[in-house]
Structure formats: structure tokens, C-alpha cells
Design a protein around this ligand. Structure first.
Ligand code: TRP
Ligand code: SF4
Length: 400
């Protein structure tokens, strides 16, 4: 019914580093040529944890957009925008909040963890509790089917699905839905109509998802259907309700986690990060001074790559041949650590070179980024408004 839209966001809470590139951006860049993609700067989300330090958000927004563009996010393929410029997200969040049980939010696993982990901040706020619901609004408002997220966010997607289902159940009633649906089935033509009804039965009585998928594909292709009828028939497949919001699926990032300079997760707050557009000399210096296997004190001591954070970078950046050279050289003291680090330095610099090049035009002319985002906000807003029209109508809010 709706194109396989992809929605994802990132919080602007500091500059981007190579961990973000390998953990998320690479995946976005891959998806942008396969699906219609909407990528947004989640500034409201950043406020849920940084409400006491909004300056960092303001500073990070444009820098983050330049980083995305530098990394290869292509504005001619993907729609880039800023969450707060599409206030419909907030309206949907509010409306969804009316029928969302508190327990659903309290049960999100990241909730209690984060309140405890970030104990230096008071996160017992209304906004922080509601954060996964705001995230649900971000996705549902575009009727997106795919959300690229990390493993830790899968429960959020599960909750979005429950929210969409509950919404459709509560508000998807339409007077005479059954009759209108039967009329719409007839419009499919007798052959298709028969197939549709068979698939519906298979799905409803045997729970076969493949039947549902096949029916969806058939409806997508049926050209003589109006959008309203198509929507009804999607709803009629699953029950006797109209589908207003679409249940999204998590698209797991093939976890290529890049460790930081000390072997822990790369994070700006650990001081172990390489910025996305770090300059060459600084990259070289940072890697040259990285800790290695602590047992390898002298050049003549043998080492164990498994105890060395440099090895973890080889695992991301080096070919098999280089890795064999490392293992052999390290365990026999045949190579020195600086020698061992050089291929990693070269690979990181090579990876960053096109990023520096792409960033340059945006740094030279900041109005380019402003224009890309203005255009993206317009596009996103139009899509959001379409959904909100249906949502308001379903909830009895379209007075006229
Ligand atoms: N939760 C994401 C993060 O912490 C950001 C985000 C906000 C998001 N809304 C989203 C991601 C919607 C995917 C879809 O970085
Ligand atoms: Fe680490 Fe390489 Fe030194 Fe071995 S040779 S300890 S893998 S830096």
C-alpha cells in the first residue's frame, strides 16, 4: 500500500566519529539507493537527555548534517530533515500518548537502564519516559515499513508495532466498513477477487503471513483501485478495521562495531574516538599513541593480538593478508607495534579522504546545507500532513 519507506534519526549531541560511520551511517548509505529514505536530526530526542544543555544540540545540528553528507548520504536520493521543523511529529506523539498505557513505556528495557546509568542526570522526567513514544511517532507518521536500528532499539520497534495496532483497533472503525470492503473486492475483477478472498481466509484462519504478503503484493499491483479502496482492502485482510498506521519492522544493522582507541566502545565521552573528519596528522598521532598488548613492553617481547586494541582495528580495516602478517609478526616479535599500526593509519586516512572532499563544498558554502534541509523538511512535512489528516479524521478531530 505504501512504498517501503525507511525512517531513521540520530541525536545531535556532539560531533560524529568513525563509530557512527561503521555502526549506522554505512547502513543508511546502503539503504538510500534501495528504498525511499527519510533521515532526520532528532533534536527533540536530544532534549530528552540534554534538556539542561541545549547549546550542544544547537551546535551539533549543522555539523552533524555536514558529517552525514560527507559520509556519503546523498540528498538526491534520501530526504534529510530536522525533527523539530516537522511539528506534526509532536502532534502525533501527543495523540498517541492518550491511549498508550504507562506500563508499556516503563517496560522498555532501555528506560530503567538509562535512568540508572546516567545517574548524574535527573531523568525522571515526563519527556524521557515518553521518548520511545516520540520515536514511535517519528516512524508511524511516515507509515514507514523499515527502521534501521541497533540491537538495543529492537524493543522500541516492537512497541511501535503495538502502538500502531492499538491505534488501528481503537480508531480504525469506519461506518459500513464491511459493505464498502465487499464493494471494493468486486472492483478487483473476478479472478483477483477470488484470490483475494482465498488469501484473506488463509491468513485469518491459518495465520499465514505469506498469504498476507501475497495479498499485499496483489493489491499494490491492482491499478483500477482508488487509494481509499486499496486502504480498505488492506484493513479487511486483517480484520474489519481500516489500517491507518502501518506496523514497521526493525532493519538490524549488520553490527560492524568499531572499537575506540582503547578497545572500549568508541565514544566521545570516553575520549577514545576518531572524528569523522579528523585531519590526517591527528589521526596518525592518535593511532601511533594507541595502547597495545600491555605484555609487549620491549620491541623484542612477543605479543598477543587478542589482547591488543590495534588488532580490533585490523579486524575492521585490514585484508586477510595483512592480518596474517600482523598475527605472525606480533607473536614472533617480527614486527614492531608502530609498523603494525601503519596499515590501519593508511586505511583510516583513505576512508576519510573522500569524506573530506565531499565536506569541502558544504564548508565553503553553508547555504547549500540549509537548502538541502529546507527542501527535505518540505518533503517530510507533506508526507506527515497526509498521515495526520487521516489520524485526525479517525480520532474525530477534523471539525469542519
Ligand atoms: N533513538 C535514536 C537514537 O537514540 C534516534 C531516533 C529518534 C530514531 N527517532 C528515531 C531512530 C526513529 C530510528 C527511528 O539515536
Ligand atoms: Fe598490537 Fe600489533 Fe603491537 Fe601486536 S604488534 S601488540 S597487534 S600493535
Amino acid at each position: 500500500m505504501y512504498p517501503d519507506r525507511v525512517v531513521s534519526g540520530m541525536r545531535p549531541t556532539g560531533s560524529m566519529h568513525l563509530g557512527h560511520f561503521h555502526g549506522a551511517l554505512k547502513n543508511w548509505i546502503k539503504m538510500q539507493s534501495e528504498h525511499p529514505c527519510l533521515f532526520f536530526v532528532a533534536d527533540w530526542h536530544a532534549l530528552t537527555t540534554h534538556y539542561d544543555d541545549p547549546a550542544i544540540i544547537e551546535r551539533s545540528v549543522w555539523e552533524m548534517l555536514v558529517d552525514w553528507l560527507a559520509a556519503g548520504v546523498d540528498p538526491s536520493q534520501a530526504t534529510l530533515f530536522i525533527q523539530s521543523k516537522v511539528p506534526e511529529h509532536a502532534e502525533l506523539h501527543l495523540l498517541l500518548s492518550m491511549a498508550t498505557p504507562l506500563g508499556w513505556l516503563e517496560r522498555v528495557p532501555t528506560y530503567k537502564d538509562q535512568v540508572e546509568n546516567l545517574a548524574n542526570k535527573d531523568l525522571s522526567t515526563y519527556g524521557f519516559l515518553g521518548y520511545p513514544l516520540l520515536q514511535a511517532a517519528d516512524v508511524l507518521i511516515y507509515r514507514a515499513s523499515l527502521v534501521p536500528v541497533g540491537e538495543d532499539q529492537v524493543p522500541h520497534i516492537e512497541m511501535m508495532r503495538e502502538i500502531a495496532r492499538r491505534f488501528n483497533h481503537l480508531y480504525g472503525k469506519e461506518k459500513g466498513f464491511e459493505e464498502k470492503s465487499i464493494e471494493a473486492v468486486k472492483k478487483l475483477g473476478s479472478k483477483r477477487a477470488k484470490l483475494y478472498l482465498e488469501l484473506r481466509t488463509e491468513y485469518q484462519q491459518e495465520g499465514r503471513d505469506d498469504a498476507l504478503d501475497q495479498a499485499h503484493a496483489m493489491l499494490d499491483e491492482a491499478q483500477n483501485l482508488s487509494n481509499i479502496d486499496r486502504e480498505r482492502l488492506f484493513g479487511y485482510l486483517e480484520g474489519s478495521r481500516k489500517l491507518i498506521l502501518v506496523e514497521p519492522h526493525a532493519k538490524l544493522t549488520a553490527a560492524s562495531r568499531l572499537p575506540g582507541l582503547d578497545g572500549r566502545k568508541m565514544s566521545k565521552s570516553y575520549g577514545n574516538a576518531i572524528a569523522l573528519r579528523e585531519d590526517k596528522d591527528s589521526v596518525t598521532k592518535k593511532i601511533r599513541t594507541m595502547p597495545t598488548d600491555p605484555a609487549r613492553v620491549r620491541r623484542t617481547d612477543v605479543g598477543d593480538p587478542l589482547k591488543c586494541p590495534v588488532w580490533q582495528l585490523h579486524e575492521v580495516y585490514s585484508s586477510n593478508a595483512t592480518r596474517e602478517w600482523v598475527v605472525k609478526g606480533c607473536t614472533t616479535a617480527g614486527i614492531g607495534c608502530l609498523e603494525c599500526k601503519q596499515p590501519v593509519i593508511d586505511a583510516v586516512i583513505a576512508e576519510q579522504e573522500p569524506m573530506h572532499e565531499r565536506a569541502q563544498q558544504y564548508l565553503d558554502d553553508p547555504t547549500l546545507v540549509r537548502a538541502i534541509v529546507a527542501d527535505g523538511c518540505d518533503k517530510a512535512r507533506k508526507l506527515a500532513q497526509e498521515t495526520m489528516r487521516d489520524v485526525r479524521e479517525a480520532m474525530g478531530l477534523s471539525y469542519s
